[in-house]
Write a protein that binds this ligand. Structure first.
Ligand code: MG
Length: 264
């Protein structure tokens, strides 16, 4: 583990967590809890992660939420936990509460029409299995492809976006292994801000993520919590700490659970 910003250190953070009146652990999925797989529907958590999260959720001491770019319905079977945690899908557009209540934010019709037009174009471009339609976005995945082929896919997406009459409703977002055209207005930072408002200012909160889209969440958390970059290689980030999965991730989850002890 590496401390990138000295604001929190393990010997100060975990005691603070132990004393906290409320706690939240916010987690990205792909690249953070689960290693990347060429077959995206086979990306299951690192060994030990399910057990650690099940223990955390069952102890009842921490509001646990998964905040992912995946659609919620694709994420939950992969996560495979005994109790479904609060889940934010499609970069904050979908929310499934721990109580089972599901909500999708309403989307501008013009943006939805544009996404459908993109789906039709990708279908014709012979990119089967490389694109994914989500409730508020279309993602192109080029993990495992040669650089030239990935470049062509990227150009296809950029060309489509530049051809839109009103580009303001949709934004291109790069992520690790692809690019996504998303409806503007929500991101992972939105999910974090919403949770922070619901928790109140005395809660101790951490967010763990690996990707560029997680930087929105780190920024939203700001001084209100601990931001943790989880990935094999360090990159420029706003996070406070850097953990290498799976060993340091599991250690973090175990320390969190141990610090909180029994449910208050
Ligand atoms: Mg990720």
């Amino acid at each position: 583990m590496k401390i990138l910003k000295p604001r929190y250190r393990p010997d100060t953070f975990f005691p603070l967590l132990a004393e906290a009146p409320a706690r939240a652990l916010l987690l990205d999925y792909d690249g953070t809890l689960a290693p990347f797989r060429l077959e995206r529907d086979e990306a299951v958590p690192y060994p030990g992660v399910r057990e650690a999260l099940d223990a955390l959720i069952e102890a009842g001491h921490t509001r646990t939420a998964v905040i992912s770019g995946r659609a919620t319905q694709d994420l939950l079977p992969l996560l495979g936990l005994r109790h479904t945690p609060e889940t934010w899908g499609t970069h904050g557009w979908e929310r499934l509460g721990a109580d089972g209540r599901y909500r999708v934010a309403s989307l501008p019709p013009a943006a939805l029409e544009a996404l459908e037009a993109l789906v039709a174009r990708l279908g014709k471009a012979g990119l089967e299995g490389r694109w994914e339609r989500k409730p508020a976005s279309v993602a192109l995945h080029w993990r495992g492809l040669p650089e030239a082929a990935a470049g062509e896919m990227r150009e296809e997406m950029v060309g489509f976006w530049e051809g839109l009459a009103d580009r303001s409703r949709l934004a291109l977002k790069p992520f690790d292994g692809g690019i996504e055209l998303s409806v503007v207005g929500r991101d992972k930072g939105f999910a974090v801000r919403t949770i922070l408002e619901e928790l109140g200012s005395d809660a101790v909160v951490a967010y763990l993520g690996d990707d560029l889209t997680d930087e929105d969440a780190f920024a939203a958390l700001g001084e209100s919590g601990l931001s943790v970059l989880v990935r094999g290689e360090l990159r420029e980030t706003a996070a406070d700490w850097w953990l290498e999965p799976p060993g340091e991730l599991l250690n973090f989850l175990e320390r969190w659970n141990a610090a909180c002890g029994e449910a208050p």
